[in-house]
Write a protein that binds this ligand. Sequence first.
Ligand code: UDP
Ligand code: MG
Length: 323
Amino acid sequence: MTGRVIYSVVVPVYNEEEVVAESVKRLTAVMNSTKKNYELIFVNDGSRDNTKKLLQGIRDKNKKLKIIDFSRNFGHQIAITAGMDYAEGEAVLIIDADLQDPPEVMLEMIKKWEQGYDVVYGKRKKRKGETIFKLMTAKVFYRFLSGMTQIKIPKDVGDFRLLDRKVCDAMCRIHERNRFVRGLISWAGYNQAEVPYVREKRYAGKTKYPFIKMIRFALNAIVSFSYKPLRLASLLGVLVSLGGFGYLIYVIFQFFNGETVPGWTSLISLSLIFNGIILMILGIIGEYIGRIYDESKARPLYLINELIGFKAQPRSKRGKNEN
Ligand code: UDP
Ligand code: MG
């Protein structure tokens, strides 16, 4: 099974020493069953544990495994992007290392791809072994996101998916820094299909998405795909001014009635409310300006410390320029 690579499997890993061995084992079993040539691209996203050493050990025996080793932690979405940049396959599969997304589902994705679909994503019917907090925040996030953005991003769908070569190439042409990969894929269009699956418990270890990373992820998703927060800010401004105007009329009316408006309390509370709203709106604008700043600096999306097992040049220009 040498020659042209048909399937590339991209796996981002960050401090996953407890799962990588099992992960490679399961992925290898599934991919061998396709009887086609494939590669497993593990993107080591600046792990501080033994992940890289373990991967190198596995690679000594299993040459299907290739490793992109980042210079530091760049985040899940960037790790996936680097994997796509270097993938050679006709179809590119993206999957987490922790086996929450069962590798066997990839076979169903491949079937759909063979039927002619360009993007096949896994839709979570059920999520096992996750905290109520995670389930709730995920649910709110997917609903909120679909309310906030113009493009249709499917609900309860993660990054577990298959991309045809042409979609992967399209992704390589997108240079946005604050990336929300699944949103970009929806934006790209093409022929999309879904495969329902049950999301399993993490095989071992803890989630690498603490609350603060989840917030950043959600903000990126919304701000990169929508101007609605800015519009809502203007709407809020209009509503508040109308309210203020109404209050002014009321005060003038009372003045002519000979009643003075009592109070320092009301003034202070109004002032606090308005100042709060102004700061909030400035914050929203700041989110957008910060992103403009990021884009204008045009720094590389990621830096690579070491590439292990790659012969071909990366398909994307980004990968070439940066190394
Ligand atoms: N991950 C990564 N970089 C990060 C955080 C996570 O490459 O900064 C990887 C992680 O190793 C895993 C995948 O992204 O393979 C999804 O992370 P995790 O399972 O912790 O997220 P959850 O499933 O809890 O949302
Ligand atoms: Mg997980």
